[in-house]
Design a protein around this ligand. Structure first.
Ligand code: PMP
Length: 403
């Protein structure tokens, strides 16, 4: 006899998962013909597919038995050496291979870190708003996510200080601060160096671990690169990813953690995935070693910059009074604040009827906030579709405001 499972049959972390409306919106973004401002899918058209085919052929013909086999649980030495070089671009000069764990994307790194550190009701601090996928992991572990105020320059140190004081007064222990300092998802914001320093100081003074998530750091439109917080503090846990700068389909990311924590994360990683794909890792390592990947990245930066500009141009021209939005200098996203009278989920439904989808703001909070906010991604649609879609969005918004 087959048994129908419902959410009530599941563990508490699953029962607390995010509302199904948001899942519906993500599903709509894949509908043919829809202009999707919802997904964080990178553009892949500039990837050197011929070189990747050559690398793949070489791997299969000459190292097939190795790359098709199980591998080291924390990743290949070859890729770790490349990761160490890559992190130097953001000022991390002292990373050791044994402190790196290669993961199946940084999503897996977030999951491992959370499993290792979080008991139900533990406090995690995160920007208001913050990455929906991380919020799903944290709420799945029954963490208590406390959002800390952020503005057009990311996390606000004074707000962090205030929140920490309040939680301390309540006798609650903060397990870690989850932050995305560079080209934040969903804010699109870049945290200036002074703020990064100040946030580190506050966390250091209060013994709060920082988890720095950085998939977009190399995607500044002008090639500008922020200094990783990990560069100035070996205690920061750094999460990296090849998804946005290369190819999400390979599912390769990494964590760099203090040695003592890295050992425990390694055991958890082994329990979860045994080892990340050796083939995927070696394809990434060879790509970094044998191709002009920086030139490819420059093409993407330019392309994303043009797409962001197209979005900003339409917003500047068509957005009604009372609406504000962030002006990203890198990454994939702009965050929109709507007037209080407009519900972003309802607006999203109207836009879907007209062929445009974005993500309502509630996906980026764990506390029900975000009903008058929205994330618009400009990474995937063409400039032409961005112009069309942004005008549809602004028109629907005008109508919603005038009732
Ligand atoms: N962190 C952030 C901030 C992201 O935006 C994403 C993907 N959207 C991830 C982590 C996960 O990336 P991946 O697992 O593909 O490396």
């Amino acid at each position: 006899m087959s048994q129908e499972f419902t959410i009530e049959d599941c563990a508490a972390g699953v029962r607390n998962a995010k509302p199904s409306e948001v899942r519906k919106v993500f599903a709509m973004s894949a509908k043919p013909g829809m202009i999707s401002f919802a997904s964080g899918m990178p553009e892949l058209s500039s990837l050197p597919m011929d070189s990747l085919a050559d690398i793949t052929e070489d791997l299969m013909r000459n190292r097939g038995m190795e790359v098709m086999q199980y591998g080291a649980s924390t990743g290949t030495d070859h890729l770790k050496a490349q990761i160490i070089e890559l992190m130097k671009l953001e000022g991390i000069e002292n990373a050791k291979p044994e402190d790196i764990i290669v993961t199946t994307g940084s999503q897996c790194g977030l999951d491992i870190l959370t499993r290792v550190l979080i008991d139900p009701e533990d406090v995690i601090l995160a920007e208001a708003p913050s990455y929906s996928g991380a919020m799903a992991v944290f709420t799945g572990a029954q963490a208590n996510v406390v959002h800390v105020g952020a503005d057009h320059e990311g996390l606000i140190p004074e707000e962090l200080e205030k929140t920490v004081e309040e939680l301390k007064a309540q006798g609650r222990r903060i397990k870690f601060l989850y932050t995305i300092p560079s080209f934040q998802n969903p804010g699109g914001t870049m945290m200036p160096q002074e703020r990064r320093d100040r946030v580190r100081e506050i966390c250091d003074a209060n013994h709060i671990l920082i988890a720095e998530d950085n998939p977009y750091g190399l995607l500044g439109f002008e090639g500008q690169v922020g200094r990783a917080m990990r560069a100035d503090d070996d205690n920061v846990v750094y999460l990296g990813s090849f998804s946005k700068m290369f190819a999400p389909g390979l599912r390769v990311g990494w964590t760099l953690a203090p040695s003592s924590l890295s050992k425990i994360l390694g055991l958890q990683a082994e329990a979860a995935v045994l080892n990340p794909s050796v083939f995927g890792q070696e394809l990434v390592a060879e790509y970094l070693e044998k191709t002009d990947w920086q030139a490819v990245l420059n093409q993407y930066r330019e392309l994303y910059g043009k797409r962001a500009q197209a979005l900003m141009d339409v917003f500047d021209e068509f957005m009604p009074e009372g609406v504000t939005w962030t002006r990203p200098e890198g990454g994939f996203y702009s965050w929109i604040t709507l007037p209080e009278s407009v519900d972003s989920y309802e607006l999203c439904m109207t836009c879907i009827d007209r062929g445009v989808v974005f993500v309502p703001g509630t996906a980026f909070y764990t506390d029900g906030r975000g009903t008058h906010e929205a994330r618009v991604s400009f990474c995937h649609p063409t400039e032409e579709d961005i112009r069309k879609g942004a005008e549809i969005f602004a028109t629907a918004l005008k109508e919603a405001i005038s009732g």
